[in-house]
Structure formats: structure tokens, C-alpha cells
Design a binder for this molecule. Structure first.
Ligand code: MTE
Ligand code: MO
Length: 223
């Protein structure tokens, strides 16, 4: 019954089997609990774990006085929101532990942040159906963009504390965004405005050769 058509099919199937077995082998190694095996699941491709949290920015680290701080949600929303420091702190606060991944190839594990969930702010501003994208603006002039769907996620925080201490100025005090699922350039420090948009608006790094989505697991570094 076998004819020549079976040969390439068999070849393709075997390749798939080999690939699957390699996956099983990797997963099997994970079960042994060796440190390398942990990295295999926890570290996105091309990343290296660091023990100390680096500082990366444009070189301007604005000194935002708490009494001058405002967080605004504007654009395609039913309710514009402007929060001062006291109002921001009166919102429900949550604690979260997550890993962060910078496109310059460092990853920091178990970063403990305290702040307000993006979902809490979304419930206040109520984006209109036309709102599909977000543009963040910070006190240093930095901007970055994400789809609204990426903001509307349980692990997205507007953080004001790290490891139980107020964020330092260099890490974005008083408030920065934390988007653990994306490379860290998508997480603006010193954030002050969140614009809800119908069209995407590429930000500082997105117009300078960096990927528009920035998923570390897909290695979306440049685009
Ligand atoms: N406002 C602002 N946010 C920013 C940046 C910046 O220059 N300005 N740099 C981004 C980049 S490239 C990274 S990797 C992270 C670094 O945050 P960290 O300095 O707290 O590690 O902040 C991001 N958010
Ligand atoms: Mo970065």
C-alpha cells in the first residue's frame, strides 16, 4: 500500500514526534527541580536573572511632589478621572508579587508591588466601546502604548511601593505602572496621564525601533 507520498508524511510526523519528545524531556528535567529547570520555565528567551533592580530611563528623573501629583484618565471614557495623591491612596490597595523582564535582557524575580489595580481605575473611568488603545504619559515626557485589553488585566498595577517601601524617585515615584506580561519599557515610571484612544499611538521607544507589543515570551524586542 505504501507509495512515495507516504515518505514525506512519515518524515514530517517523525519530526513532530522528536520535537514533542524533546519537550517531554525538558518537562521531565523540570520535575527534578534543578535550578536550571526552574529557569527553563521562568526566564523568557534571551533573558538573565539579576538580583538587584537596575534603573533605566531617559536620564530625567522628575521629582514629583506628592501635593502636585495628579493621575488623569482621559479620552474615550464615560467619566474623566483626575486623582490627587490622597484620592489615589483612598482606592482599594492590593499587593502583588511578579517577575519583571527588561528588553535589555535582565529579569528580576519576585518583585513585590503595592498599588491600585488597573481594573479599579477602569471601573471608575468606564472606557467607551470605541476605546481600544491606551497611551501613557509621564512627568519626564516619556510615552508608551498598549492595547486596552492589555491594561484590563488582573496583574496590572499602578504601584506606589516596592517590597513594602515607597517607590524611590529613580524607580518612578510617586506612581508607576506595572505590566508584568510585557517588557518593562511598557511600564511607565512617574505616570500622570492615561489616554483612552480609538487608534494606536506608538510611544517613545515604539517609534524608535522597538516592538509595538513587547511580549517577552515571544521575544518581541524590535519591530
Ligand atoms: N517615565 C518613564 N518610564 C519608563 C522609562 C523612562 O525613561 N521614563 N523607561 C522604561 C524602561 S526602558 C524600562 S526598562 C523601565 C525601567 O524601570 P526601572 O528603572 O524602575 O528599572 O522603565 C520604563 N519606564
Ligand atoms: Mo528598558
Amino acid at each position: 500500500m505504501a507509495d512515495e507520498d507516504d515518505i514525506p508524511v512519515t518524515g514530517a510526523v517523525r519530526e513532530k514526534l522528536v520535537a514533542r519528545k524533546e519537550d517531554w524531556a525538558r518537562e521531565g528535567r523540570l520535575l527534578t527541580g534543578t535550578p536550571d529547570a526552574q529557569h527553563a520555565v521562568r526566564l523568557p528567551p534571551g533573558q538573565t536573572e539579576v538580583k538587584h533592580w537596575p534603573v533605566l530611563d531617559l536620564g530625567i528623573q522628575p521629582d514629583v511632589a506628592k501635593d502636585k501629583f495628579r493621575l488623569r484618565l482621559e479620552g474615550q471614557v464615560e467619566q474623566r478621572v483626575a486623582l490627587d495623591w490622597t484620592q489615589f491612596n483612598a482606592l482599594e490597595q492590593v499587593d502583588q508579587v511578579c517577575d519583571i523582564h527588561c528588553v535589555t535582557q535582565w529579569s528580576l524575580y519576585d518583585a513585590h508591588f503595592t498599588g491600585v489595580r488597573a481594573k479599579t481605575l477602569l471601573a471608575m473611568a468606564r472606557p467607551r466601546p470605541a476605546a481600544r488603545f491606551i497611551s501613557f504619559t509621564s512627568y519626564d515626557g516619556y510615552t508608551t502604548n498598549i492595547p486596552l485589553a492589555a491594561f484590563d488585566d488582573d496583574d496590572v498595577l499602578l504601584a506606589h511601593a516596592w517590597n513594602g517601601e515607597p517607590l524611590t524617585r529613580e524607580h518612578g515615584a510617586p506612581v508607576r505602572v506595572i505590566l508584568p506580561k510585557l517588557y518593562f519599557w511598557k511600564s511607565p515610571k512617574w505616570v500622570t496621564r492615561i489616554d483612552f484612544l480609538t487608534e494606536d499611538r506608538p510611544g517613545f521607544w515604539e517609534v524608535r525601533g522597538y516592538h509595538n507589543n513587547g511580549d517577552p515570551w515571544l521575544e518581541e524586542r524590535y519591530g
